[in-house]
Design a binder for this molecule. Structure first.
Ligand code: NAI
Length: 444
């Protein structure tokens, strides 16, 4: 039973009410063939970038507005702020959004498009650009009924019509980003390519997913399969039966392998090349927790978490990068965690390993650049899996609601973000960390 069902019915609802916990709404999640947004898309802004975006959105056959019609429910508001040079420039566009927020449909979207403060030409421009950050994150906390607010930051020189800007916008408007809230996606370059078939963006790609027997890994397998990828699924021999079941379901091949083995990378490469002839996408999902307060931490707990969550990934990446077997424009996506960003009591080992993933991703991105490859991390917040079902009941009930969407995410929410980052459309996004946490309040 999902979290939403659990607290909307019977005993779960009564317990949730007694605890004074909010009632979560059902989030709009992606289904192929369904409309991208639940209504017309209003584009606010008068820069050349906003014109380009309007033209692109029209080519997606969306109902695009440059001015809102009275009393019309809007599916999304795209606020293009790529030309702001002083904080005073924000008032007019922001207050236009303010006047329209009550017209935003349930599960609607607000997306800002802006430039990075770090490269602004003047303190005033940097102030204006950075202001978008605070504005957007606060707005995300104010929206209700499953609506989200996220931003796209375009590096200077990257046009708003670049493949990854449009890819990111499509992702953020769609139900694929249901549990992504209050976040920014930075597009660093003009690389990437929009898919010919938007419902099968990973068509003919060969993808490896570790830890695929259950939880988020199994959801990643299903989502990549739906998007057209051919799959190699990995998990420990003890999970062999579950792994085979997932592999059968997605018509992929199963490889029973402990990723901490010295020869893991070689075996992954050999399997992918022998069975599928190539390797395009590597998803480092396998991960473990061995929670203890640091005062009670022992060597086995510390070492095993570091070994699985980061050391194995480092070793596998090193072999992949030094082999010529990776295809052109490879994609690597690693699972981090909000614990690795904000820290978490009882998780010094886990948080260290997940912060390490972020460090690794940032340092590896330049190494993949020449091959047109990318590497990114996805940091989930509270996701409903066996890992989080082990948390004691009361702590869990509170933890899953400490975010702007007031519910836990689902494994498929993480999988959708990974599928986006693995796609050709995300070719201009590398070295980034994207949180899938419903705008978790902890360490936000
Ligand atoms: P899970 O415990 O349900 O599944 C993890 C899978 O990895 C299992 O099938 C396990 O057998 C496999 N695995 C563990 N060690 C392995 C090894 N040495 N070699 C090969 N496979 C191995 O975990 P869940 O919740 O699906 O998490 C997946 C990833 O997402 C992990 O990296 C986790 O740290 C991360 N994550 C999960 C969150 C959540 O709320 N569930 C939050 C933040 C991050």
């Amino acid at each position: 039973m999902s979290d939403t069902q659990l607290v909307s019915h019977g005993i779960g609802r009564d317990v949730a009410r007694k605890l004074g916990l909010p009632q979560p709404v059902t989030l709009r999640r992606y289904r192929p063939g369904e409309p991208l947004v639940p209504g017309p898309v209003l584009i606010i802004g008068d820069s050349a970038g906003s014109e380009d975006l309007a033209t692109s959105l029209l080519s997606w056959e969306l109902d695009v507005r440059r001015n809102a019609l009275p009393k019309e429910k809007l599916g999304a508001i795209v606020l293009v702020l790529d030309g702001v040079e002083h904080p005073d420039d924000l008032a007019a566009p922001v207050l236009t959004v303010a006047s329209l927020l009550r017209d935003l449909a349930p599960n609607g979207r607000v997306v800002t498009v802006s430039r990075p403060a770090s490269t602004a030409a003047s303190p005033a421009a940097a102030a204006a650009r950075q202001a978008v950050d605070g504005f957007l994150r606060s707005l995300a906390k104010e929206l209700r009924a499953g609506a989200t607010a996220n931003g796209i930051v375009l590096a200077d020189g990257v046009p708003s019509s670049s493949p990854s800007a449009l890819g990111a916008l499509r992702f953020l408007l769609s139900g694929r980003s249901a549990f992504v809230d209050g976040q920014f996606i930075t597009v660093g370059t003009d690389s990437g390519k929009l898919p010919d078939d938007v419902d099968r963006p990973l068509s003919s790609k060969v993808a490896v997913v570790t830890g695929a027997a259950r939880g988020i890994g199994a959801a990643i397998a299903r989502t990549l399969h739906r998007d057209g990828a051919v799959l190699v699924l990995i998990d420990v021999p003890a999970a062999g039966e579950q792994l085979a079941a997932v592999a059968n379901e997605v018509h992929g091949t199963a490889l029973q392998l402990d990723i901490t083995r010295e020869d893991a990378a070689r075996r992954i490469l050999d399997h992918a090349l022998e069975r599928h002839g190539r390797l395009d996408i590597m998803i480092h999902n396998a991960g473990i927790t061995r929670d203890k307060l640091l005062a009670n931490m022992d060597e086995a707990r510390w070492n095993s978490v570091i070994a699985v969550n980061i050391a194995a990934q480092l070793r596998i990446n090193q072999t992949l990068l030094s082999s010529d077997a990776l295809s052109q424009a490879p994609r690597i996506v690693s699972l981090a965690s909000t614990s690795g960003i904000a820290g978490n009591r009882g998780q010094t080992n886990y948080a260290a390993s997940k912060a390490a993933v972020i460090g690794m991703v940032r340092a590896t991105a330049p190494l993949l650049k020449d091959a047109g490859g990318t590497i990114n991390a996805v940091a989930p917040g509270f996701i409903e899996t066996e890992m989080t079902h082990r948390i004691p009941f009361a702590t869990r009930e509170i933890a899953r609601r400490l975010n702007s969407l007031q519910q836990g995410g689902r494994p498929e929410d993480v999988a959708e973000t990974i599928a986006f980052l693995a796609s050709d459309a995300a070719g201009g996004i590398s070295g980034e960390v994207l949180r899938v946490c419903g705008q978790n309040m902890v360490g936000a």
